[in-house]
Design a binder for this molecule. Sequence first.
Ligand SMILES: [Zn+2]
Length: 284
Amino acid sequence: MTLVSSKDLLIKARKENFAIPAFNVNNIEMGIAIKEAIEECKSPVILQVSQGNIKYIGFRFAVDLVKMIAKNTDMPVVLHLDHGNSFEQNIRCIQEGFTSLMFDGSKLPFEENIKITSKIVEIAHICNIPVEAELGKVLATEDNFNQDDVNNYMTNPQEALEFVNKTNVDSLAVAIGNIHRMKDKEVKLNIDILKEISNLVDIPLVLHGSSGVMIDSIKEGIKYGLAKINIATELNIAFRDGISEYINQNPNDSDVRKALSLGKQRVKEKVIFYLKEFDTINKA
Ligand SMILES: [Zn+2]
């Protein structure tokens, strides 16, 4: 199937209180695992090209990997840029046929974030491509932070309203207690702030850093406007665990495909788990 835009998928998800998972595709095994899972579940999916994967295998391979998965399935697949780091990178992705963009200006001053996001949105919309932006700051485990920092960087609902009105952006990543690259599920989202944001802003909202958030808290968030849930760390963990399980049990087997196959199987199970939890089944 040809790639589809994230625009209508996310609007429908927000309206009907389900969510579309957005997975980082780090290698072919993970890509095939996701493809098999969405076919079994009849689900749409967002496949992201992350900055980490651009560094890992290069932009060309990172993009072609997602395109190859999309080409080989009848399910709707979105090709999305995760944490786009510049105006130039976003424009390059328009040329490459991305069907969903992101500019992450959350580290910039508010006005500067508005300025660059608006410029990208203006051009992307001419090409019918939706844009995600981020406001507030989703910290990462490697940042040196304490709980006060997490609270201070949360998305301000009034700013969110102003930001969305001024930029005309299509979806907004929010910081509501979520943190990137956490390995344990111990965070509860600040649902009160999320409710305030979603009362003011009617576009689909996005959750980054879902790996550290308790699943019931994510599901509650989906009731209040979260329509896209980014998942990266959890799939990496599943893949790693499958591979090491095989190698531990078969230390002398040199056919690495067998170890990778168990990794792939674990990723597939994880993807199906999320499709069920987010109510994405039969939404293709
Ligand atoms: Zn993120």
